[in-house]
Write a protein that binds this ligand. Structure first.
Ligand SMILES: *Cc1c(COP(=O)(O)O)cnc(C)c1O
Length: 439
């Protein structure tokens, strides 16, 4: 499979090149030259297949001959060694829990696959690859635990001291081994600036092979299509061929883009609902056909606080810049903070189920869509649950008036000893640290 950049089709890349580069040299995002499709017969065979079989069937089409099938299959088993429950709230409403991985958020799917692809390609060249990431929290923790112990890779994370939650800091600083957390005396913008400087430092780059692991990497996108594919074949067979609707709590729109990819591959999905918080640039685009990003505003669903989503370029590309055709497949709704809290409470009262604020944004958007399109009121529907509620105890307390228990794997991380290296928001400090690493 060959990948093109969204900016021009002049820089085709293999999966290896696209994975190790992240962003294309022209600043565009990599997209598959042609979206592989599954025939009805192939889909039939996958109906009762376990998650990892579906993941393998899809991954095979994107890796082409670049990774031997046996190896790919074992990498996939390693990636998805946790469950993806499909919880039934009522006859037609399901929650797909994507938070059963090590950091209790859906970013584990993308990060764990990317880590193993990177490790595989690095090993092929007998190289050690250094992944350099600036993080304000969620991406960094998934990357830290995704790459933990992966041969031929090492991770250096930069995070702003005192500006991430205690839980996030624990997740960033306890992976250990090949993962180092640099605690920067500065803010997130400083961290991003330092990382950019390192990527432009030719001297450093002649010594270290640097790569980033941000959410635009094609090897983070592909694995996110797996859980759409898996849930859609199961539900459409259970509902006699009726295709489910997917509702996606969105920030950078990588998750939704992966859903669109799954649908284009032929998986039975009828429609998407893009749920946003007050950061509604894409919601407004879907209504008005004009894309006018605005500064980011802070909400309770913090991981969706993105004013100018980086995956929007890819989404546009997949719909050939045609907002009407995008609008036929995707409906967008924006949900406020008070509505989010109200929804956590209502869902608990109706179903006895506790949702985190991101998932609640999704559930609320689904309800609104169902009211506006009565024809679909009883379509089978899946809300993607992107995080475990125990990561957002304050919102849960506000909604339900009580605390919930923290799962063991989260408690284990909370109990670990934090290990970080303090640096100033000064490029000399970072380059000094990086140049002392062995190459
Ligand atoms: C990252 C994240 C999102 C947003 O996903 P995108 O792919 O950026 O749209 C939603 N919920 C949680 C919990 C996240 O961590």
């Amino acid at each position: 499979m060959i990948f093109y950049s969204t900016n021009t089709s002049s820089t085709p890349a293999t999966l290896k090149k696209a994975t190790l580069e992240g962003l294309a040299p022209d600043g565009g995002l990599y997209v598959p030259s042609e979206i592989p499709s599954f025939s009805p017969e192939e889909l039939e065979l996958l109906q009762d297949a376990p998650f990892t079989d579906i993941a393998f069937a899809i991954a095979k089409k994107y890796t082409g001959g670049e990774i031997p099938h046996e190896r790919l299959s074992s990498l996939i088993d390693e990636c998805f060694n946790f469950k993806t429950p499909l919880v039934e709230l009522d006859d037609t409403t399901f929650v797909e829990e994507l938070f059963q991985g090590p950091t209790l958020a859906f970013k584990d799917y993308g990060a764990r696959f990317l880590a193993r692809m990177t490790g595989y390609f690095a090993e092929e060249d007998d190289r050690l690859i250094t992944i350099l990431v600036a993080t304000s929290g969620d991406t960094g923790s998934a990357v830290a635990y995704g790459f933990q112990g992966i041969p031929n890779t090492r991770v250096v994370l930069l995070y702003p001291s005192g500006k991430v939650s205690r839980l996030q800091e624990q997740q960033l600083t306890t992976a250990g081994g090949n993962v180092t957390a640099l605690e920067v005396n500065g803010d997130f913008d400083d961290c991003q600036r330092l990382v950019k400087q390192a990527f432009m430092d030719a001297g450093l780059r002649s010594k270290l092979t640097l790569t980033s692991a941000n959410s635009i990497n094609i090897s983070r996108l592909i694995p996110q299509s797996f859980y759409y594919a898996w849930a859609s074949v199961r539900l459409s067979s259970r509902f006699d061929g009726r295709k489910p609707v997917f509702c996606v709590p969105s920030g950078n729109y990588g998750n939704l883009t992966a859903g669109v990819l799954a649908r284009k591959m032929g998986f039975p999905i009828s429609h998407f609902i893009a749920a946003s918080n007050a950061n509604d640039s894409v919601t407004r685009y879907l209504e008005e056909g004009r894309y006018e990003p605005r500064p980011t505003v802070r909400t309770l669903s913090t991981a969706m606080d993105v004013g100018n989503p980086s995956n929007f370029a890819r989404l546009l590309y997949m719909f050939r810049n045609d907002f009407r055709s995008m609008g036929r497949e995707i409906s967008g709704y924006s949900v406020s903070d008070p509505e989010t809290i109200e929804t956590i409470r209502e869902v608990y009262d109706r179903f006895g189920y506790i949702m985190d604020p991101h998932t609640a944004v999704g559930f609320r958007a689904l309800e609104t869509w169902r009211q506006e399109t009565p024809d679909h009121a009883d379509s089978p529907s899946v809300v993607l649950s992107t995080a475990h509620p125990a990561k957002f105890l304050e919102s849960i307390r506000e909604a339900l008036g009580r605390d919930i228990s923290v799962p063991d794997r989260l408690q284990t991380v909370l109990d670990k000893q934090k290990i970080s290296v303090r640096i100033n928001a000064d490029y000399h400090d970072l380059s000094d640290f990086l140049s002392k690493l062995d190459s």
